[in-house]
Structure formats: structure tokens, C-alpha cells
Design a protein around this ligand. Structure first.
Ligand code: M6R
Length: 606
């Protein structure tokens, strides 16, 4: 999704801005641009498409300047095009914007009446003209305050001015924004990835705040313009050099990293010497919590759904799951004895953030499960459980999904033991199984060769289905989502037992159906449902686990077996072939695997 970079320095900034924009490419975007100030003039270069194209265009223009702003845009208002790409500029001011201005139509009418001429179809352009208008009668700070008060919606802004050779304004409401501190230069960025190649010292703006960045000073203000102080945070250096290495795509690398990320996460949470789960500083007593509500979007929602099955099986807590974009606008009966758990890889997803904000405003117990520990969701939750996966760059979430499930499972075990829902023997058994998970995930990666053989059947099809029951149902949803987003194939995840209530009508001769049937207590039921689709012509790819009992069923097209483990942990193992299926199907079609069309990594608009 959109990304912002800003730099003021005593050196030329164009190439540093471009490098930083490249770090933001993982977010998903459709156009890019840069504006600098040189000899009192604002100059822009913009393009539809990738930062590489912008770089080529720049090589022909010799854009100079020691201050500038850059942007990658994911279209909301107005088609992806050069004219709609950011920055948007008037003679006086240039603006980059993440988010959506909800009252842009009304503001545009008002500004047109005042004589302003609009060039683009974007909502962002109203910001440019509002500031230009206010600057006629007000000083810079007053103009910014007036402009911010006029805007409805969500935004993170970076602004430079014709008459200010060393000044960038950053402002946020809803969308995240950070500043970075460098030697003789300072930075603005929509997230820490944008800033990490330049500095490891950063501060985050909170909702409603704005800042004035000069090359040797950064000042912060609240929404009334009152000066405030900010902590400077030190970022870890481990994420600075995350690249694809020998892999063709980040996604391929991230799938293969899973044994390691699982191992790291287990090491973080499991005390092997005392066979216990370490969740330190948990802020609530277990008896204060009687129910759990898990909230997320997309893949994170699927890990929430998975957790519901575990919590119900292993604890006596009431558990519900919600999609963040639905939760945030429903009438909610907030309950003091509920723990609200927000799951988000990026920690910046606008809908999840808004749901968290709503719970915080109602003074609820909020906990987040995140990958990016400096993210907005992590910072604003009362308790944070990191998944310790390292950066995930591929838009399709893989290692973060396993990490989210793992942390939710660990939390479930801990709460269950604290509440005496399971005895010590069971608790220790389950901890013990977790210790071999990384090794088993590694063995699941060996399903690759078989997946490469079957994936051609998933490439040019009208549609396909992923079926599972119980623990395998959320994984079926996730498998279908992966195939949709990467191979652009219509795929449905469905509870296997629900097929006869309608979707069975879709099954026709030769339609590929992935059946997830590990040998858990749903196995026999799922096998019966599998027969129902086979009988109607489906080409079934069965994913199960190795077992001494053969699978007794005829007419299965192909079978993939993962290792054996406890029922609780089988979902981790059967996820791997589904990730690989989506990856290889998309690869066969030559699609842009790390940046699928229309999608973004960090979904910072609602
Ligand atoms: O960063 P988040 O985990 O909050 O992102 C939520 C979804 O946007 C994300 O999981 C999305 O569904 C993935 N592209 C799926 O692979």
C-alpha cells in the first residue's frame, strides 16, 4: 500500500529517496514519484508502474535538491496513472499522502470556487490547494493546523514548501508515520522499513500529531499545535539486510525459513529446562478472563479462526472470532472479562488498528500478536506477543501465518494451565510436542517435488475447492486464499461437511478439489465428504499425514503425506503443501509472486 519517504540533508537526496522507496516496494503499489526543492523551485518526476521506471525517468531529468519527498501509491481515488501519482504540487507546496480524505469532494468544490485548478482525480490534491490557500493569509504552522482541522478520514502526510529550503512537515491521523534521526540530516517515513537503511534511531507520531523536520532538529506538536516531547527508539539492526539471497522470490525464501522461524519462536516462549511457557508481565489475572475475542483480517483472520478451535478444545473459555472490518462498525457489547486479541503481521492494518482503538477507548483488555514490534498495533495494545518471524516481504503471508498460529497456540496452552483447564501431565506433553515442530515443518517442505507435479492442474481452471473439517477448516480457507491471491484462480475454502448444502452443485468432471484430511478425529467424516465430491467427478488431491493405516479410498487423484504429530499441531504441517501449491501455480503462470496484482502488504486504508 502507499509509502512515504522524506529527507532533508546537506547532501543531494534523490538517490537516497529512491533507495528508500525500493524498501517500500513490498507494500504493493501501482505508481511512484518524487519531488525535490532546488533553487526555490519544486520539481516533480512521477510515473505509473515501478520504482525502477521512476529511476530510469530520473536518469533523464537530473533532478537535484537537498530536500525531497517520495511516494509509492496504491490507487484509491483515481486510476493508477502518472497524473494521479504522488507527490501532488502547486507552485508553493508539494504533498505525499497515505490514506483517504473522506470529505475531498466537498473540499474540492470549495477550492474550485476559490479559483484553484485541479490536475488529478485524487483526494490528495485537495490538501495541496488547502495549504496553498491558507498560506495566503497565515504563517506556515497556522496553515498546517487549519488544513489538518479541515480533513476528515485517515492520513499520513509529508509536505515540502517552495519557500522553506530545510523544512518537511509530517502529520498523521489513522495512518502510521515515523521520523528518523541521522547525522546532519533527518527523515520521514511511513514505516520503519523506509528508514532502516538510513538510521536506526526513530520516533513515531501518534494520532493527531504533526512534526517539523529540519536537517539538525525535529519538533513535535499535538493537534492543537502545542509542542510535545518524543522518545527516540533504537531499532534492532537485524532487519537491515534482509534480501532474497539465492531465492527467485521472497515468498520462496519465506516458506523455506519456516523451520527456523518456528524454532526461534519456540525458543522465545518455551523454557526447556523447566518445561514451562514463558509469557512474562501478563497484565491480567487468569480469573479476570472468561472469554476471548480474536480479531484480524485475511490470513491473520484465519490464524484467529484456527485459535478458536484450539481454545475451545483445550480451555473452558468462551471464544469468538471476528473480521476487523466488520467488528469496527458493529454494535459491540464490550465486556470487562473478555481479552480482545488483535492479530496482525504488519501491525499497521487500518481495520485491525481501528478495532483495537475502539476496544482501548472502551477500556478493554487488549493484547496483540504481531510481527513488527514497533508497529502502531503493538504500541497501542496493553500487552504484546511478538511472533519473532523476521521481516516478511512477500505480499502473501506464509511464515507469519505459522508464527501467528504458534503464538496463539502457546498462549492457549498457558491460559489453559493457569486456569487449571488441563493438568500438568497434558501441559508438559503438549510443550514437548512443540519442541519437535520445527523439525516436522522442515520435513513438510519435502512435499515440494510432488506439488510441482500436480500444480499444472491448478493453473488454467475455472475454479477449485479446498475442503477440511475441524482444525483443517481454517487451513482450507488459507489454502484457497493463497491460490486466489497468487495464481488468480477462483478458489473456495469450505467446511467439508457443508458441501451438500449448496456448493456441491459447483463440482463437475475434472474440477480439482484439495481435501485436507489428517488422521484426527474428523478423519472418517472428511473421507466420506471426499467420496461425495469424487462421485461427482472431482479430481481430488488428498493431503493427509503418514500413518500405519493405509488410506482406503478409490479414485483419489493424488495424495500428499506430511509427517505425523499430535492432532493440535497437524495444521502447521498441512499448511506447507498449500503454500507451495499456490507458489508453484503462480510461478508456472509467470506472475509477480511477491507483488500480486491489486494487493498490498500493509493495508493502511479501510
Ligand atoms: O499485516 P496483517 O497481518 O494485518 O495483514 C492482514 C491481511 O491483509 C493479510 O494477511 C493478507 O490477507 C495477506 N496478503 C494474505 O496472504
Amino acid at each position: 500500500m502507499c509509502g512515504i519517504v522524506g529527507i532533508t540533508s546537506n547532501k543531494q537526496v534523490t538517490s537516497t529517496i529512491i533507495n528508500s522507496l525500493k524498501k517500500l516496494e513490498y507494500r504493493g503499489y501501482d505508481s511512484a514519484g518524487i519531488a525535490t526543492l532546488n533553487n526555490g523551485f519544486i520539481n516533480e518526476v512521477k510515473c505509473e508502474g515501478r520504482v525502477d521506471t521512476l529511476e530510469k525517468n530520473l536518469s533523464q531529468t537530473n533532478l537535484k535538491g537537498t530536500i525531497g519527498i517520495g511516494h509509492v501509491r496504491w490507487a484509491t481515488h483515481g486510476i493508477p496513472s502518472t497524473i494521479n501519482a504522488h507527490p501532488h504540487s502547486s507552485e508553493k507546496v508539494s504533498v505525499v499522502h497515505n490514506g483517504i480524505i473522506e470529505n475531498s469532494t466537498i473540499l474540492k468544490k470549495y477550492l474550485i470556487k476559490k479559483g484553484h485548478i485541479f490536475k488529478s482525480q485524487t483526494d490528495t490534491e485537495v490538501i495541496v490547494h488547502l495549504i496553498t490557500e491558507y498560506l495566503k493569509k497565515n504563517n506556515l504552522k497556522k496553515s498546517i493546523l487549519k488544513m489538518l482541522k479541515k480533513l476528515h478520514g485517515s492520513f499520513a502526510l509529508g509536505i515540502i514548501f517552495k519557500d522553506q529550503p530545510d523544512l518537511i512537515i509530517g502529520a498523521r491521523r489513522g495512518s502510521p508515520l515515523a521520523v528518523g534521526y541521522g547525522p546532519n540530516e533527518n527523515y520521514l517515513g511511513s514505516d520503519s522499513y523506509a528508514l532502516k537503511s538510513m538510521t536506526n534511531k526513530i520516533s513515531y507520531l501518534n494520532d493527531g500529531e504533526f512534526c517539523i523536520i529540519k536537517k539538525d532538529q525535529i519538533e513535535f506538536f499535538d493537534s492543537n499545535g502545542k509542542k510535545i516531547n518524543k522518545k527516540i527508539l533504537q531499532l534492532s539492526s537485524t532487519e537491515n539486510n534482509y534480501d532474497k539471497g539465492e531465492y527467485k522470490h521472497y515468498m520462496a525464501k519465506e516458506i523455506e525459513e519456516q523451520p527456523l522461524t518456528i524454532k526461534n519462536c519456540v525458543n522465545e516462549y518455551i523454557d526447556k529446562i523447566n518445561s514451562n511457557i514463558n509469557i512474562f508481565n501478563f497484565p491480567w489475572k487468569s480469573e479476570e478472563i472468561n472469554s476471548i475475542l480474536l480479531i484480524g483480517c485475511g490470513t491473520a483472520y484465519h490464524s484467529c479462526l484456527m485459535a478458536k478451535y484450539w481454545f475451545e478444545q483445550i480451555t473452558t473459555l468462551n471464544v469468538n472470532v471476528d473480521i476487523a472490518s466488520e467488528f469496527r462498525y458493529r454494535k459491540n457489547n464490550f465486556k470487562k472479562d473478555t481479552m480482545y486479541i488483535f492479530v496482525s503481521q504488519s501491525g499497521e492494518t487500518a481495520d485491525t488498528y481501528a478495532a483495537l482503538d475502539l476496544c482501548n477507548k472502551n477500556n478493554m483488555k487488549t493484547c496483540s500478536v504481531v510481527n513488527v514490534v514497533e508497529s502502531s498495533i503493538a504500541r497501542e495494545s496493553k500487552f504484546v506477543l511478538p511472533i519473532h518471524c523476521g521481516p516478511e516481504i512477500g505480499v502473501a503471508s506464509t511464515k507469519a501465518f505459522l508464527g501467528q498460529m504458534l503464538v496463539l497456540y502457546i498462549l492457549c496452552l498457558k491460559l489453559s494451565y493457569m486456569r487449571k483447564d488441563i493438568n500438568k501431565k497434558k501441559y508438559l506433553e503438549k510443550i514437548n510436542s512443540l519442541l519437535s515442530l520445527s523439525k516436522l515443518v522442515k520435513l513438510s517442505l519435502e512435499t515440494e517435488s510432488k506439488i510441482q507435479l500436480v500444480c499444472s492442474s491448478f493453473v488454467n481452471i475455472k475454479g477449485c475447492m479446498f475442503l477440511g473439517r475441524g482444525y483443517s477448516f481454517p487451513i482450507a480457507l488459507e489454502g484457497a486464499l493463497k491460490l486466489k491471491e497468487l495464481a488468480y484462480v477462483h478458489a473456495e475454502g469450505y467446511p467439508a461437511g457443508e458441501m451438500k448444502h449448496g456448493p456441491l452443485a459447483l463440482i463437475e468432471e475434472g474440477m480439482p478439489v484439495v481435501v485436507l484430511a489428517p488422521r484426527d478425529h474428523y478423519y472418517k467424516k472428511t473421507m466420506s465428504n471426499m467420496q461425495e465430491v469424487i462421485a461427482r467427478g472431482a479430481k481430488v488431491l488428498l493431503i493427509t499425514n503418514k500413518n500405519k493405516d493405509e488410506v482406503h479410498s478409490e479414485n483419489i487423484w493424488e495424495k500428499i503425506e506430511v509427517e505425523n504429530t499430535s492432532e493440535d499441531l497437524l495444521p502447521f504441517l498441512i499448511t506447507i503443501p498449500l503454500q507451495k501449491l499456490a507458489y508453484h501455480s503462480a510461478n508456472k503462470k509467470g506472475y509477480d509472486i511477491d507483488k500480486p496484482r491489486n494487493l498490498a502488504k500493509s493495508v493502511t486504508v479501510e
